[in-house]
Design a protein around this ligand. Structure first.
Ligand code: CTP
Length: 417
């Protein structure tokens, strides 16, 4: 790309907000002071050239990024967390910058070698060219120079721009997925997000050898990749694609396909006052129809947090147990559901449209007796288990329509005392 065209995109506030442009100029000026050529790379360049708003600022310098980070902190404030083995640093930006994300990765241009498939790479400082060559796909292997006279020059040794123009996701070398099988998920994400195509020889690299390495990856790394899929608009298509490429089966033979009928429910909002969380929703919908022991097995494989495990397990349990609740009284529904995470109930409601769940979510869970513990004390009752029983009985009476106003509640209370 011509320098002026790249600069035009770079200065477009719809693609990079002006505060971020200022930040980048300041970093580049500081790098120039230290004689370190400074580049934006990766997703930053890819999205900029696609004319899409840039999210993360991926910065690489030819030189010591930790030294650059120290200078930036001296000059602008904030906090630096260096990571010496990788020659990288995370700069927590000063709060006065008021930027999101509030941290920025500073990276030293480096070469990577994978000593063992799937292991984290060994890193040695090197040139920007080498840094681009260590990356996943040609469309992510471009750099835009930010400092001095070079500002606006694009470095594209692997013809990323051509592939970007043709919508092609192409790995840089035949062992890319064996080195790092998380890149298979990345390919699936880019394919779905941009409606691109995975190039045929790259697709062939998703072979038994790469899937075997993928099988050996930790639950935490795999879950991170799946989390990122659930964050995407096209999550269900990506999940179906992952299944068809054998990726889900490679994680665990019992991994189910994502049920296409549940796709719309990923697009949930905060209706019925339930806190929306796309990832938890994604895992619940994915595993909801599995038997309990398989939910636990897969949750362990993916290293779910206790909270996530509980949400998914509760959704599966509730869906299975629904027939038992159907003829119950509202109070019985309420006390059974109250033990479960709200989001699990919401997920099962979306899938089943069971009216009891809707009534619980919208009405029953908010119902309380008017009488409080204090009122009972004032009436001379000594606090103890009987207290709870009376309050529960009053609440049930409201839920089940036995009392409908305060005076009816008072009458019932009088009978109970
Ligand atoms: N990268 C890589 N191999 C990986 C992970 C990352 O080569 N397994 C490189 C790619 O060049 C990528 C860059 O590191 O562009 C930054 O990674 P990341 O922030 O995860 O991805 P983005 O490209 O910013 O993509 P996204 O929009 O999905 O965040």
């Amino acid at each position: 790309m011509q320098k002026d065209e790249a600069l035009r995109l770079f200065r477009d506030p719809d693609l990079i907000p002006s505060e971020k442009q200022t930040l980048l100029s300041n970093i580049a000026a500081q790098a120039a002071d230290l004689n370190m050529p400074c580049y934006a790379v990766g997703g930053f360049v890819r999205d900029l050239l696609l004319g899409k708003p840039v999210n993360d600022l991926d910065i690489v310098v030819e030189g010591d990024a930790i030294q650059l980070g120290k200078k930036l902190v001296e000059r602008f404030g904030g906090k630096l967390t260096p990571h010496f083995p990788f020659h990288t640093a995370i700069w927590r930006l000063p709060s006065t910058f008021n930027l999101q994300p509030s941290t920025l990765d500073l990276i030293s241009a480096r070469k990577e070698t994978y000593e063992k498939p799937g292991a984290l790479p060994t890193v040695t400082p090197s040139t920007i060219e080498d840094d681009l060559r260590r990356r996943d796909f040609t469309i992510n292997a471009m750099a835009l120079r930010l400092d001095g006279e070079g500002l606006g020059e694009t470095l594209d040794p692997l013809k990323g721009q051509t592939d970007l123009g043709q919508g092609m996701i192409r790995a840089l070398h035949p062992k890319s997925f064996v080195d790092d099988p998380t890149r298979i998920f990345r390919a699936i994400r880019y394919e779905g997000r941009y409606s691109f195509q995975i190039d045929s020889s790259t697709l062939e690299q998703i072979n038994p050898e790469a899937l075997k390495v993928l099988h050996s990856l930790s639950g935490e790394r795999l879950r991170h990749e799946l989390d990122l899929i659930f964050d995407e608009d096209q999550a269900e298509n990506m999940m179906l694609r992952a299944a068809s490429l054998g990726v889900l089966g490679a994680i665990h033979p019992k991994m189910p396909e994502f049920n296409r009928d549940y796709a719309d429910f990923l697009e949930m909002d905060a209706r019925l006052d339930v806190q929306a969380d796309r990832r938890t929703m994604g895992y619940m919908l994915w595993f909801m129809d599995l038997p309990e022991d398989e939910v636990i097995l897969l949750a362990n494989r993916l290293d779910f947090t206790n909270e996530l495990m509980l949400a998914v397990w509760a959704a599966a349990q509730l869906k299975r147990g629904l027939p038992h609740l159907t003829d119950m009284k509202p109070s019985e529904w309420t006390y059974a559901l109250e033990k479960l995470p709200l989001l699990s109930i919401y997920a099962v409601y979306l899938v089943t449209r069971e009216n009891g769940l809707l009534r619980y979510l919208s009405v029953w869970r908010h119902v309380r007796a008017r009488t409080t513990g204090d009122d009972l004390k004032k009436r001379g009752l000594i606090p103890g288990p009987r207290f709870g029983e009376i309050l529960l009985r009053l609440r049930s009476a409201w839920l089940d329509g036995e009392v409908n106003n305060e005076s009816e509640e008072k009458d019932l209370l009088a009978k109970l005392l």
